[in-house]
Write a protein that binds this ligand. Structure first.
Ligand SMILES: *Cc1c(COP(=O)(O)O)cnc(C)c1O
Length: 374
């Protein structure tokens, strides 16, 4: 069986963990966490990078920092992972879903402005498949309406928009290092802060509502409870693992792009014959090959495609059940405008295997795909 995903290990992870073990610093914010944070700042130019135990945690921190209160609204796509919405629902806020673009499956920036109400506090663009949303337009809308922009860049590490790294454009951004992403630590994430006014409070929220980070820098002489917060920082053991991955970040991305390009080349003819639609990367978007997907003409054909690939020993998956149609989404959120593209595209999308090591078997995967489409 050729699986849909297989976490890639660089080979240095256990060595790094042994180093952390030998040093005896196992809690958060030791040397490896610092290396990872510095790497993120160097790659993105963010004011501050705070490692978290997941992207979900980083989104929750962003919702607290943005001061979301009961009844506030946040505009986002329905075609996303649940955490994008849940982070705000936890604060009593209401996600307002707008439809996605048919080319990138990202939030349709032309539909955002009409969804703004006096309760709107933020826009959350999700960079699907590591391909950027139309950030110039989104930032301009946010500026004109005094809204915050929180990028869900879970899939966007090492991608760019008009030369600017994803995660560096909004006021804040959340990244994921879950094992299904490009750079991994099992579970893991980071909050990037680009607006310096959020930095001090972010450190407090991450450290259980205390000024412990300032205390360790010698900026205060005792540490105490100063705000609300939780425990959002990863153990050094996780950061040690993550550092091994970050050191290989460039080559991981390069190798993923090679696999992506091969799919794209060998599926071109099937697209011309109208059997599938391939991903579209708009000019100005530098992507990270997080995902290779194809769109089948109908839901029935997608179901058949996944089943027949499985018979050939190849794993492929679909996602997401649009949040606006999910049981809790019906209760906790609302839509603005029709969700035509969201419903249509989520019914027809299939993700193909894309992981480092697939190279040797990719020809076989492509052959099976073409046979199934024939
Ligand atoms: C993976 C993902 C998340 C959640 O990341 P975790 O690190 O698992 O919490 C959130 N949003 C999007 C778009 C994702 O792909």
């Amino acid at each position: 069986m050729i699986p849909f995903n297989k976490p890639y290990m660089t080979g240095k992870e256990l060595w790094n963990i042994a180093q952390a073990h030998a040093k005896g610093h196992l809690a958060g914010d030791g040397g490896f966490t610092r290396l990872c944070s510095e790497w993120l700042v160097a790659k993105t130019g963010a004011q501050k990078a705070l490692l978290t135990h997941s992207c979900t945690a980083a989104l929750e921190m962003a919702a607290i920092l943005a001061n979301f209160q009961a009844g506030d609204e946040v505009i986002m796509p329905s075609y996303t992972f649940v955490s994008t919405a849940n982070a705000f629902v936890l604060r009593g806020a209401t996600p307002v879903f707008v439809d996605i673009r048919p080319d990138t499956l990202n939030i349709d920036e032309t539909k955002i402005e009409a969804a703004i109400t006096p309760r709107t506090k933020a826009i959350v663009p999700v960079h699907y498949a590591g391909v950027s949303c139309e950030m110039d337009v989104i930032m301009d809308i946010a500026r004109r309406h005094s809204l915050l922009v929180i990028e869900d860049a879970a899939q966007g590490v090492m991608s760019s928009y008009k030369g600017r790294p994803l995660g560096s454009i909004g006021h804040m951004a959340a990244l994921s290092f879950h094992e299904t992403k490009n750079i991994i630590s099992g579970e893991g994430g980071a909050l990037l802060i680009n607006d310096p006014s959020f930095v001090a409070r972010a450190e407090v929220i991450r450290e259980k509502g205390t000024n412990r980070s300032q205390f360790f820098r010698g900026q205060v002489d005792k540490y105490t409870w100063t705000d609300f917060g939780s425990s959002y920082l990863p153990s050094e053991l996780i950061s040690a693992f993550l550092w091994a991955q970050m050191e290989e970040g460039e080559s991981i991305t390069r190798r993923r792009l090679e696999i992506w390009d091969i799919y794209h080349r060998f599926l071109e003819q099937a697209e011309r014959q109208g059997k599938i639609r391939r991903p579209i990367i708009p000019a100005g978007c530098g992507h990270n090959a997080h995902m290779y997907y194809v769109l089948l003409p109908t839901l029935a054909l997608r179901t058949q495609f996944i089943a027949r690939l499985k018979e050939s020993g190849i794993g492929s998956v679909f996602h997401y059940v649009p949040l606006h149609s999910a049981p809790f989404g019906l209760q906790a959120a609302r839509t603005h405008g029709d969700m035509f593209n969201t419903t249509d595209l989520s019914d027809r999308l299939v993700r193909l295997p894309l992981w480092l090591g697939l190279e040797e078997q990719q020809a076989e995967v492509i052959q099976s795909i073409l046979a199934v489409l024939d």
